[in-house]
Each structure stands twice: as structure tokens, then as C-alpha cells.
Design a protein around this ligand. Structure first.
Ligand code: A2P
Ligand code: 11C
Length: 335
């Protein structure tokens, strides 16, 4: 495959390169793409040196696959240009996720919807991906009626600027801020911008993307997304009311048998998922599995995953792997 990574110099782009290398994705040619600011910059992949190129040069090269993580406006403008020359775009931004003509894919859940004619494929939001990984198999069995979600999100979801802000605050250094308040020793009930009815865009993503991926808009969903001074991953407390009752042991078994999910729930030994342990791993960790004693058919889960990996780069590379395995990508050079 001739692969372009758009946003290669960014936080998610870097992890994409790491994951392409780790998973030994079959790459015949690699194009590293970023903004004009970075053109010519040297980067390495599998020990080889590459020069960063600009978007138009990358389109002219007609890659077979373009993994995009360069922000929504870059995706809106450039993904169609790649698609037009025959490239299959897997886009990590929020630009195309809710477009009814585009698929929103978590491979373990709905990759089978993909066809050869899908030229722009949307990668869901990090906090949505890790949550639906755990919820999809339970929904299939017990039918979810309502979700109450509280997130505890890593600063890496905001990007390099936020990681720098925390470092500056820890070291007492003045610098540019990513957030309207200090993040060190703090918790901000504010992820992404405020939108309608007092909800943030991150909270609405959790609602709308979950409906789309699970193909069920009847699930009641309410979320509060909170940014905390953590680096390794996002954590989520999810309260799930089902139509049907469940056995806790069966819930544990279903989760344990779900590919990509690991049950970590041994409270006697203080063992539960934490971002410090999830960091650098591709799986979604689920623990604190217990009944909500205040209401029938209701379960509490604690879900943790590395937001830059399964929440972004790993999921995108898995989509690419699926397309290759099912022969759904024809070389853009022959289009
Ligand atoms: P650059 O490094 O040249 O700015 P992050 O989210 O970590 O800040 O990374 C964003 C990524 O998207 C970077 O690789 C960045 O490149 C890239 N990017 C941002 N704006 C553009 C643009 N207008 N065209 C192409 N790439 C862009
Ligand atoms: C966060 N979920 O942690 C975001 C980061 O829609 O892809 C990714 C934003 C997105 O704030």
C-alpha cells in the first residue's frame, strides 16, 4: 500500500506512525504530510528518513490510503481532493463523522458496513470509541435504554499545547495556555467548545456518535466531560440502564470474551483500570463492574483506554487493515 499520513508531525500522527510500524502494516511507499510550516522537515520511519511534504504534492502522488489527523478544517478541505484521485481517506477529525453519507467505524463493531465505494471513512472521537467497545456487546445482549456518562479526560486529547501548559505549570514557567484555567491540580468540566443547551461538543459527540455507531438513536444518553491533569488515557464512569435484567457474572464473561476489551476488576487486590497502566496499550480496560443498587436493570462500569491509541491512531490503522484484508482498496494509480 502507498500510504500518506496527513498531520504526521502532530500528536496523533506520531502515534499513527508508531502503530503502522508496530503492526508491520504493508507499506510500499510512505508520504509524511503536514502544514507548509513543516515541509522539508526530516522524520524517520523504520530507520529510514523522510522529508515532510505538503498536501497538494501528496494528492498529486495519489496514495492508496491517507490517514488524516490534521484537524477538522484540513479534513473538510482536503479529504475530498484525495478521494477524487482515488485515495481512501480514514479521517480522525470530527469533520465527517455525522455526515449521513460517511461511515463512522469501530472495526470490532461495524467494519462490515464498509464497501469499496467508501472513500472518506470517519474515525470516531476517542471517548466514544473506548466506551462503545465495552457497551456494544452488552447492548446486543440486554438492550440499553439510557446512559449517564462522566469522563475524566487526558490532556493529550487537546494536543501538544495542553501537554506544554501542564509542564509549564508544574515547573512554574510562563507560557501559552491551551485552557482558560490552570490544569495542574485542577479539573475542568469543559472538553472542546460549548455548544447547545449548555453541553460541550465532546459531550454531544459521546451522544451522537454512540447513536450512529450502534445504529440506535433510541438510547437516552447524557454526558459530562471533564479534563484532568493526566497524560496516559481517558477514564469514564458509565451508568447503564438496560431494558432487560442481567447477571453480573454473565456481564463479566461477555466483556472478557470481547476482542479488544480486558476486564480488570479485582477489588480485593485494589486492581482496577487506571490511565497510568492503560498508557501505551491498545486495549480498552473495564473494571468496577457492579450493579446500581438504586434502580433495576442498571449497571456501573469504569472504562479506561489510551486515547491516542485505541481512541485515535490504533482504530484508524485497524480500519486500514480491515480494508486491505477484505480487498476493499484498489490502487489509486489505476483509478
Ligand atoms: P504542523 O506540524 O506542520 O503544524 P496536533 O493536533 O498535535 O497539534 O497536530 C496537528 C497536525 O496537523 C500537525 O501535523 C500539523 O502540522 C497538521 N496541520 C495543522 N494544520 C494543517 C494544515 N493547514 N495543513 C496541513 N497540515 C496541518
Ligand atoms: C479530547 N476527544 O480529548 C478529544 C480529542 O473530536 O477527535 C479529539 C477531538 C476529536 O478532547
Amino acid at each position: 500500500m502507498r500510504v500518506a499520513v496527513v498531520g504526521a508531525t502532530g500528536m496523533v500522527g506520531n502515534v499513527m506512525l508508531q502503530i503502522l510500524e508496530e503492526r508491520n502494516f504493508n507499506i510500499s511507499e510512505l508520504y509524511l504530510v503536514a502544514s507548509e510550516r513543516s515541509v522539508g522537515k526530516e522524520m524517520t520511519f523504520k530507520g529510514n528518513t523522510y522529508n515532510v511534504i505538503g498536501l497538494q504534492d501528496a494528492v498529486n502522488l495519489k496514495p492508496d490510503i491517507a490517514l488524516f489527523s490534521a484537524g477538522g478544517s484540513t479534513s473538510l478541505e482536503w479529504a475530498p481532493k484525495f478521494a477524487e484521485v482515488g485515495t481512501t481517506v480514514i479521517d480522525n477529525s470530527s469533520a465527517w463523522r455525522m455526515d449521513p453519507t460517511k461511515k463512522l467505524v469501530v472495526p470490532e463493531i461495524n467494519a462490515s458496513e464498509l464497501t469499496e465505494s467508501d472513500k472518506i471513512i470517519a474515525n470516531p472521537n476517542c471517548s466514544t470509541i473506548q466506551m462503545v467497545m465495552a457497551l456494544a456487546p452488552l447492548h446486543a445482549k440486554y438492550d440499553m435504554k439510557r446512559l449517564v456518562i462522566s469522563t475524566y479526560q487526558s490532556i493529550t486529547g487537546t494536543g501538544v499545547k495542553a501537554v506544554q501548559q501542564l509542564e509549564n505549570e508544574v515547573n512554574g514557567v510562563e507560557g501559552e495556555n491551551a485552557y482558560p484555567h490552570p490544569i495542574h491540580k485542577n479539573a475542568l468540566p469543559h472538553c472542546d467548545v460549548f455548544e447547545e443547551a449548555g453541553y460541550t461538543k465532546e459531550e454531544l459527540k459521546l451522544t451522537r456518535e454512540t447513536h450512529k455507531i450502534l445504529n440506535d438513536a433510541s438510547i437516552g444518553i447524557t454526558a459530562t466531560a471533564v479534563r484532568i491533569p493526566v497524560v496516559g488515557g481517558h477514564s469514564e464512569s458509565v451508568n447503564i440502564e438496560f431494558e432487560n435484567d442481567f447477571e453480573l457474572n454473565e456481564v463479566r464473561q461477555i466483556l472478557a470474551e470481547t476482542p479488544g476489551v480486558i476486564v480488570q476488576d479485582d477489588i480485593e487486590n485494589n486492581d482496577y483500570p487506571m490511565p497510568l497502566n492503560a498508557h501505551g496499550k491498545d486495549e480498552v480496560f473495564v473494571g468496577r463492574i457492579r450493579r446500581d443498587l438504586s434502580q433495576a436493570n442498571t449497571l456501573n462500569l469504569w472504562i479506561v483506554s489510551d486515547n491516542l491509541r485505541k481512541g485515535a491512531a490504533t482504530n484508524a490503522v485497524q480500519i486500514a487493515e480491515y480494508l486491505v484484508e477484505k480487498n476493499l482498496i484498489k490502487s489509486a494509480l489505476t483509478v
